[in-house]
Design a protein around this ligand. Structure first.
Ligand code: B4P
Length: 189
């Protein structure tokens, strides 16, 4: 059995930034579905070809493809000590797919990253100047927010009902945010 931690929040909330630090401190695997999809795009796989135009517009890649990719990744040996899911689940069917494998991979905690929208837009536009990410544009950001509110935000209630949610103020110094998450996890582990 290998426990899952979920990092949930709007685009640009810093899930990836914090997941790298927390995974390295606690020896967990860091699984970012966004990074995995971008790797498929750069390797020009069949999944990558489908994902590119969807992601550039700010839309979500289909549940079926993302769930299959994620479940296969969880079988890797590096997931045995625990896993941080960064950017998954983003929809109710994705959350339900984790319910189906909960005997092997129970969700232990869900960290919800809270940042207001103006700050998020600034962060993503700033990242767009250097990242080369073709989805860090004003048009795509607008779509990504709408989809977050419609498809992903309801998951907070889904996990709240299971008493798994910890809210994180994700504005401010990166190291302070990291310390807050690490302290909370230390109490839990
Ligand atoms: P992701 O790769 O998950 O992208 P994200 O939500 O923009 O990033 P994140 O919140 O991790 O922010 P980051 O740390 O980088 O998804 C991209 C796309 O992939 C989606 O739109 C979708 O199309 C597809 N996709 C991914 N998962 C999917 C799924 N499950 N189902 C379907 N489709 C899926 O931080 C952002 C910026 O802020 C960085 O520049 C960072 O340096 C900066 N930052 C971080 N913390 C900060 C702080 N405290 N103060 C100031 N700046 C900070």
């Amino acid at each position: 059995m290998s426990e899952l931690l979920i990092f949930l929040g709007p685009p640009g909330a810093g899930k990836g930034t914090q997941a790298i630090k927390i995974a390295s401190k606690f020896g967990f695997a860091h699984i970012s579905t966004g990074d995995m999809l971008r790797e498929h795009i750069s390797n020009e796989t069949s999944l990558g070809k489908v994902a590119k135009s969807v992601m550039d517009k700010g839309n979500l890649v289909s549940d079926e493809l993302v769930i299959e990719m994620l479940v296969e990744r969880l079988r890797n040996d590096d997931c045995k000590n625990g896993v941080i899911l960064d950017g998954f689940p983003r929809t109710l069917p994705q959350a339900e797919s984790l319910e189906n494998i909960k005997n092997e991979f129970p969700v232990s905690k869900v960290f919800v990253f809270e940042v207001d929208e103006d700050e998020l837009v600034q962060r993503i536009l700033l990242r767009g100047q250097t990242s080369g990410r073709t989805d860090d544009t004003e048009g795509s950001i607008k779509v990504r927010f709408e989809i977050y509110m419609q498809d992903t935000e309801p998951l907070i209630n889904f996990y709240h009902r299971q008493e798994k949610v910890t809210k994180i103020n994700a504005v401010g110094d990166v190291d302070e945010i990291y310390q807050n998450i690490a302290e909370d996890l230390n109490k839990y582990l």
